[in-house]
Write a protein that binds this ligand. Structure first.
Ligand SMILES: Cc1cc2nc3c(=O)[nH]c(=O)nc-3n(C[C@H](O)[C@H](O)[C@H](O)COP(=O)(O)OP(=O)(O)OC[C@H]3O[C@@H](n4cnc5c(N)ncnc54)[C@H](O)[C@@H]3O)c2cc1C
Length: 400
């Protein structure tokens, strides 16, 4: 049985059936749609370029053909590990031999904005689900003013999508550049230039105290540098793992559900995968929780391998991508904020690679608008190559 009907869940059940698992499988999802991928929600779907059938990992017919029972629009409310039962919001319960928790994250409403008033006013959006994206898309009308609170991945991707619909966009962030925490100054500065060039108004060093709805003039966002009027607001200040079920069940929970390199929790018949899993990575030698598409797919498959009795491990490096305006990038590795940065190529040209190094070893790399090199960059992680050689574009990348 799988709790959560997202990307990780879909790939887990698919791999189970592919591997010959013959017992009944049920996915319980509190969304009323079959599993879909979330990256297009801030990009192609929001821009009207894709519909949901274009980003479902498996079509609806597959679940029926594979005898995977989908309990949609129903939440799991309780896990009873002693009796191996899961209680559901419709007052039924389901027993399990193996339980996989794949409950993902929800949008953060607190954190740095915990004292923010007005986050629940009409016209204030968050973006996590298909329904959220649909609701936001309907409001992205040419000439309207969208204020985005937060300059992380989702905030900046929505900024780019909204501009393509002719929406006026203002991004508010306490940081000095977008994506400052995730990616550091070098890439963040490049993203800032790109957005400003495309008409996004970025207000850096700005904190938000609240949002208000004025009867005559509409929404206004109160900030450290004055009030900002808005037709609609997107709260994009991060995500929070849906840990509660696991915590209440007495499973070990840290930043997510704590699992080993085979994704088994403190109860070996319960596994956790995707955004929710704080998993031990054998290559990095430590546990981490990763909120990215590639990880959800791979951990879904790895959980199936564990249930099928195959000896596989969580041994791959984090990978993710983004698309904003004409920028596409892929990142692989495990950078730390104080890693040494080496640029290969000129950011002004739009095409470049960033390497991060710690104690002379490459910890992470990112290719920006340069394609078919990410596998090679992955192979360089952990290697010792001098900064001069990495930066020397006269040397063929593949010769490094
Ligand atoms: C807008 C957006 C854009 C993104 N873009 C990118 C990108 O460009 N690149 C990238 O690498 N990653 C991106 N991501 C991240 C990526 O989508 C996630 O890492 C991935 O979806 C995680 O998959 P998951 O299955 O762990 O969780 P989810 O996909 O979040 O699925 C969890 C599911 O469980 C359900 N659920 C929760 N609690 C319960 C319960 N108690 N009972 C039943 N069901 C429950 C949830 O409603 C949800 O349907 C993006 C995410 C978002 C939201």
């Amino acid at each position: 049985m799988v709790i959560g009907g997202g990307l990780a869940a879909a790939h887990c059940v698919h791999e189970l059936r592919k591997g010959g698992y013959g017992k009944p499988i049920t996915i319980v999802s509190d969304e009323d749609v079959i599993p879909y991928e979330r990256p297009p929600l801030s990009k192609e779907f929001l821009q009207g370029k894709k519909s949901v059938v274009d980003f479902q990992p498996f079509p609806e017919e597959w679940y029926a053909a594979a005898s995977v029972s989908l309990r949609l629009g129903v939440a799991a409310t309780r896990i009873d590990t002693s009796n191996k039962m899961v209680g559901l919001s419709d007052s039924t319960s389901i027993g399990y031999d193996n339980l996989v928790i794949a409950t993902g994250c929800r949008s953060r409403l607190g954190g740095r904005a915990s004292n923010m008033t007005g986050w629940d006013l009409p016209g204030v959006h968050t973006l996590r689900s298909l329904a959220d994206s649909q609701a936001l898309k309907e409001q992205l009308v040419d000439g309207r003013q969208l204020v985005i609170i937060g300059a992380g991945w989702i905030g900046m991707e929505v900024a780019a999508s909204a501009r393509s619909a002719g929406v006026q966009v203002i991004v508010l962030t306490p940081d000095e550049v977008p994506l400052a925490v995730a990616m550091g100054t070098e890439f963040g500065s490049h993203v800032a230039r790109l957005h400003i060039k495309n008409g996004v108004h970025c207000r850096f060093g700005t904190t938000v105290s609240g949002i208000a709805l004025e009867p005559e003039s509409g929404l206004k966002v109160m900030t450290s540098s004055g009030d900002v009027p808005a037709d609609l607001v997107l709260l994009a200040i991060g995500a929070v793992p849906n840990n509660e079920l696991a915590t209440e069940a007495g499973l070990e929970v840290g930043t997510g559900v704590v699992v080993d390199a085979q994704l088994r929790s403190s109860d070996p018949s319960v596994l956790a995968i995707g955004d929710i899993a704080e998993a031990f990575n054998t290559t990095l030698g430590r546990s981490l929780r990763v909120e990215h598409w590639d990880n959800a797919i791979r951990q879904g498959k790895l959980a199936a391998a564990t249930i099928l009795g195959r000896e596989e491990s969580y041994d791959w490096l984090p990978y993710f991508f983004t698309d904003q305006f004409d920028l596409g990038m892929e990142y692989v590795g495990d950078r730390a904020a104080d890693d040494h940065v080496v640029l290969r190529g000129e950011p002004g040209s739009g095409e470049f690679i960033i390497f991060w190094l710690r104690k002379g070893l490459i910890t992470a790399a990112m290719n920006v608008n340069i394609w078919d090199v990410n596998d090679h960059l992955r192979s360089l992680i952990g290697k010792s190559i001098s900064a001069d050689r990495l930066a020397d574009t006269s040397l063929d990348l593949r010769s490094l």
